[in-house]
Design a protein around this ligand. Structure first.
Ligand code: UD1
Length: 422
């Protein structure tokens, strides 16, 4: 087991580039199942969720090679259609294997997925979409059996009651090789959906409208291998911008896609941060003091991302005045609040709403990472707190941030990773 020891008080300054997007690389690795041959995916971050995805691909029969940040998946000899429970439980996003496997094999056998404990996270939209493609769904010994072996998947019209990211990805994965045309209404519009569609289209798929609410997919007979580069991780960009402004510093993050961070720029400006975009680079610095953000409501993209709610809350704990958060995506995504209180933050939660009253300073504390983004908020608070902060359960953070201590130490932070087993 590892923990982080953060010595607070250093100002972060400097220039960085960020890792590829976790939420892109996972569905794109799954999509390689649909390709006949060797897919080459560049800019893959080194994360435990990526390791878990590779384990499942290998179990299914793929040959996976890793060269630094490039992953090569040869899916010519896929011969299984099930995912064992222990691999399924390693991460929530394993549910996108549903579309990848059924698209390739006509049948998928999965248990319900694991992942961050941030609410119920049901999969009803995923399953009902598969039924609309003509698949039959049954359960056997706790496994979901989804089969379209008789007639194959048939293109269909699917109206999502909520623009679920994972369900949209599963529908795309099922539709690219299905017979006929599929139309998704109220599709998720996250940039990672467009990245998945760009990869598949490069392989010969016919997906139109990714990034909009209506996506049309004309089924094709086969997909040919291609090379693809994963987009920069917008959530990681946001996290390091917030870390820097909380310490009163200045950061330039190079080679980002500015439109992807659009939803977080205005709230940061409202908090008194100076943000400028120059081509593909963003510079963020804090003004004299941080101000409250009147209201942050998490929404599907292009709204404020739920994956940045915890980090923004860490910022508002030291901003002057009272800030209000409304979490609209996940029903219990405030687990980090109890840990923020240990730093001396003042936060009260009622249902989906959290009210943060800014304090003058935080004090170092012993805290735990409750989930991936909540864990990153602990690092941010530790960086600007007085004294030492100890963060345990950092395996949650390693699911989504590649060597965060290295990146932040290069900017001037003092974070040590300590192995507690030694
Ligand atoms: C993805 C992201 C995650 C992000 C989330 C919302 C990946 C790997 N993960 O997760 O980082 O926080 O989008 O932007 O890309 N829902 C249902 N039924 C379903 C599916 C979803 O009710 O069948 C609900 C969920 O419980 C949740 C909401 O819809 O309340 C959003 O979930 P969804 O957009 O599906 O998120 P994920 O794909 O799990």
């Amino acid at each position: 087991m590892n923990k982080f020891i953060v010595t607070g008080g250093n100002t972060l300054r400097g220039e960085i580039t960020v890792q590829g997007a976790k939420n892109s690389v996972l569905p794109i690795l799954v999509a390689t199942l649909l390709v006949n041959g060797e897919s080459v995916i560049h800019n893959c971050p080194c994360l435990s969720d990526v390791d878990a995805t590779i384990k499942i691909l290998e179990y299914l029969g793929c040959v996976v090679t890793r060269e630094g940040h490039t992953i090569i998946v040869d899916s010519s000899s896929v011969n299984k259609c099930d995912v064992p429970d222990n691999l399924m439980r390693e991460m929530r996003s394993s549910i996108v294997f549903l579309g990848g496997i059924i698209g390739r094999m006509g049948k998928a056998v999965l248990s319900t997925p694991g992942g961050c404990e941030i609410g119920l996270r049901p999969i009803d939209l995923h399953l009902s979409s598969m039924e609309q493609f003509g698949a039959k769904i049954t359960t056997e010994n706790g496994f979901i059996v989804c089969s379209a072996e008789e007639k194959g998947l048939q293109g269909t019209r699917i109206i999502l009651s909520f623009p679920s990211v994972g369900a949209t990805e599963n529908i795309i994965l099922s539709a690219v090789l299905a017979k006929g045309t599929t139309i998704i209404s109220n599709a998720a519009r996250e940039p990672e959906i467009s990245d998945l569609a760009d990869f598949l289209n490069r392989c010969g798929a016919k997906i139109h409208g990714a990034g909009d609410s209506t996506i049309t997919i004309d089924g094709v007979k086969e997909l040919k291998p291609c090379e693809h580069t994963i987009i920069p991780d917008r959530i990681v960009v946001a996290t390091y911008m917030i870390a820097t402004v909380m310490t009163g510093g200045k950061i330039c993050i190079k080679d980002i896609i500015p439109s992807h961070i659009g939803p977080i720029i205005q709230p940061l400006r409202d908090a008194g941060c100076l943000i400028s975009i120059n081509g593909r680079n963003v510079t963020a610095s804090a003004s004299n003091h941080l101000k409250r953000i009147r209201m942050i409501r998490t929404m599907p993209h292009p709204g404020f991302p739920t994956d940045v709610q915890a980090q923004m809350m860490a910022l508002t704990t030291i901003a002057e005045g009272t800030s209000v958060f409304v979490e609209n995506i996940f029903e219990s995504r405030y687990k980090h609040v109890g840990e923020l209180l240990r730093f001396g933050a003042k936060i009260s939660v009622e249902g989906r709403m959290a009210v943060v009253e800014g304090v003058k300073a935080l004090n170092g504390a012993k805290v735990k990472a409750t989930d991936l983004r909540g864990g990153s908020a602990m690092i941010l608070s530790g960086l600007c707190a007085n004294g030492i902060t100890e963060i345990t359960e950092i395996h949650h953070i390693d699911r989504g941030y590649e060597k965060p201590e290295k990146v932040l130490n290069e900017l001037g932070a003092d974070i040590k990773r300590v192995n507690t087993d030694e």
